[in-house]
Design a protein around this ligand. Structure first.
Ligand SMILES: Nc1ncnc2c1ncn2[C@@H]1O[C@H](COP(=O)(O)OP(=O)(O)OP(=O)(O)O)[C@@H](O)[C@H]1O
Ligand SMILES: [Mg+2]
Length: 603
């Protein structure tokens, strides 16, 4: 039997501790503070919001807006728990049209940091400043201020050391803030956002007319090219947004931005519906990129299910799911069909597209590198087997072994007749007396490698600045290697800067790489540098590294190519020199002669 109630073990916690515990659910890290302050600014009708942070937000976070501001009484009351101007009764809870509704954010922030709020109501003669310490308002005074509100949060989690210990590096926290600002500004194209870190501007998005322009501002022209605006409405559910081209795919779902009634949410059903909408267009294991804003009647969605409001619950989840799948499919159908079965003569297509040799570049997608295999892994050319390996595979000159074909000697691909693409990874061509299969991945990789090598030999690998620097965390061993190799990485087209012990900021990458996450490549390069460094000559080691970069730059098997892309790829193959140091032993093309095929059929 339990002891009698008198000496019970249950205690009511002191108010202050209870508030800190509750605050922990709302404010997890600097990015959560930025989120709450940004949403308050947007709720106040701001047209312009500036976010300034120091040390990833660990030292200070300041959000200034030009919204409606607050009067003296409201400014002081704003830090009281459950004090909100946004809802009044339970019925309001079923028709929430603002980001805020709980009256929890400011008191929660004040419970775990020192806060100063300066505000001036629109049209008011003067402003007011409120300062808090350990959760309590300690000062309210008149203050000169522009119309709008500025909230400054210092030394986050100083009162809760246990929590502070769980924060990650400055770079990681900064990354979360950048991601958050990206998410919020995608959904509010009419608002001007600026983000500064240590006084340096990381992002500036002036107001634009719509989602497509905002997507272009944030994600960049390249990524947004060939995208489609999404806009469908049925059964009271509107699906709006912007779909990135199905030709782009990403290693993770990080380019899927989803919103419900303007609120950024992570909803698996919604994500699933988008991916299903793209279905066969994106290779297995890869993710599409899309910005999807769902609007449903407020009564059909419950936003009050997660402390940070990241999740929602739909009353009619299947209807929502189907609406999204349908809307995405329809928009994508207008994006252009997959490559035609027969693009006619490659030479013809070439004439039209010769000027677009660079068209190989938009194909650049980063993916984990298959390990470099030795030349012995190449398909073995056996004297009597059906498959011959052309010279394109390993070394120059051996094409003659197979009857002096031009193909494979680095010439003649463009003269082939393009028959089709099979298994989304192989190009089938016919020319003279042979059937030629080209592995599009290997071909593309070879082209990329040769281009990098030419650029390197000419003195400069073309680099592309990343829209926002990407912080990459490495394990200590790799970090050491990368730190030592900084100069060499610079000569290879990277701008990589140490940022703390094991973290690096990547500001630029070789242009050939495109936009995917440089983290995997940097890890891979560190491994390469560590192993080659010991036993290869400087020149060999450069080639090995270029090979790895090329490998990360190319399209993987599993992507349908357009006729133009195929033409460009074959023409680029013709332009290759096939030096003896090719990075991979894998063949680029394999051919069957008519004789071989006829023998197979017993003719
Ligand atoms: N930037 C701002 N401009 C004008 N008023 C603001 C601003 N920030 C806060 N307020 C006022 O302070 C109140 C309290 O803000 P707080 O963020 O704590 O709660 P909320 O936004 O109402 O709800 P939630 O906890 O869901 O965010 C708001 O209801 C609003 O009236
Ligand atoms: Mg709020």
């Amino acid at each position: 039997m339990a002891p009698p109630a008198a000496g019970g073990r249950i205690r009511v916690l002191p108010e202050e501790l209870a508030i800190q515990i509750a605050a922990g659910e709302v404010i997890e890290r600097p990015a959560s503070v930025v989120k709450e302050l940004l949403e308050n600014a947007l709720d106040a009708g701001a047209r312009r919001v500036v976010i300034e942070i120091e040390d990833g937000g660990l030292r200070s976070i300041r959000v200034s807006d030009d919204g409606e501001g607050m009067g003296v009484a409201d400014a002081a009351l704003a830090f009281t728990r459950h004090a909100t101007s946004k809802i009044r009764n339970a019925a309001d809870l079923t028709r929430i049209a603002t980001f805020g509704f709980r009256g929890e954010a400011l008191p929660s922030i004040a419970a775990v940091a020192a806060v100063e709020l300066v505000t001036r109501e629109r049209g008011a003669a003067s402003g007011v400043a409120v300062r808090t310490d350990a959760g309590a308002v300690v000062e309210v005074r008149a203050a000169g201020a522009p119309e709008g509100t500025t909230v400054t949060v210092r030394d986050l989690f100083a009162p809760v050391p246990a929590r502070r210990k769980f924060l990650k590096s400055v770079a990681t926290e900064l990354g979360h803030v950048v991601e958050l600002v990206t998410r919020e500004s995608l959904a509010a194209p009419g608002v001007h956002f600026r983000l500064l870190h240590q006084g340096r501007e990381l992002a500036a998005y002036p107001p634009v007319a719509g989602i497509a322009e905002r997507a272009r501002q944030i994600l960049g022209r390249e990524r947004v090219r060939d995208g489609r605006v999404l806009g469908e409405e049925r059964l009271g559910i509107a699906v709006r947004g912007f779909l990135l081209s199905a030709q782009l795919s990403f290693a993770s779902g990080r380019y899927l931005y989803t919103y419900v009634n303007g609120r950024a949410v992570r909803d698996r059903a919604l994500t699933h519906a988008i991916v299903e909408g793209y279905s066969s267009l994106v290779p297995r294991g890869r993710w599409p990129g899309a910005i999807v804003l769902l609007e449903v009647p407020p009564g059909d969605v419950d936003v009050n299910v997660h402390p940070a409001k990241h999740e929602v619950r739909f009353r009619l989840a299947h209807v929502v799911h189907d609406s999204v799948v349908t809307a995405v499919r329809r928009a994508l159908q207008s994006m252009g069909a997959p490559p035609p079965g027969d693009a006619g003569s490659v030479a013809e297509a070439l004439q039209r597209y010769a000027s677009r040799l660079d068209a190989t570049r938009p194909l650049a997608l980063v993916h984990p590198a298959p390990r470099v295999r030795g030349a012995d892994a190449a398909v073995a050319a056996t004297a009597d087997g059906p498959v011959s390996q052309t010279a394109a595979t390993v070394e120059g000159g051996s094409a003659e072994r197979f009857g002096g074909s031009d193909v494979g000697a680095g010439r003649g691909f463009a003269q082939l007749r393009f028959v089709g693409q099979v298994f989304r990874g192989y190009i089938v061509c016919e020319g003279g007396d042979r059937l030629v299969l080209v592995d599009q991945h290997a071909a593309h990789e070879r082209v990329a490698f040769e281009r990098l090598r030419a650029e390197y030999q000419a003195g400069a690998i073309e680099r592309q600045a990343l829209l926002l620097p990407v912080a990459v965390d490495l394990d200590p061993g790799r970090a050491e290697t990368v730190r030592d190799a900084q100069a060499r990485l610079a000569s290879l087209g990277f701008d990589v800067e140490p940022f703390g012990e094991t973290t690096f900021l990547v500001r630029a990458v070789p242009a050939i790489l495109g936009d995917d996450d440089p983290g995997l490549l940097l890890e891979d390069l560190a491994d390469g540098l560590a192993t080659h460094g010991s036993h290869l000559s400087a020149a060999e080691s450069v080639e090995a590294v270029l090979g790895r970069i090329a490998c990360h730059s190319v399209v993987r098997v599993g992507r349908a190519l357009t006729a133009d892309e195929i033409a460009a790829l074959l023409a680029a193959l013709d332009a290759l020199t096939y030096g003896s140091n090719c990075p991979h032993g894998r063949p680029v093309s394999i051919e069957f002669t008519r004789g071989q095929i006829e023998r197979m059929f017993g003719r």
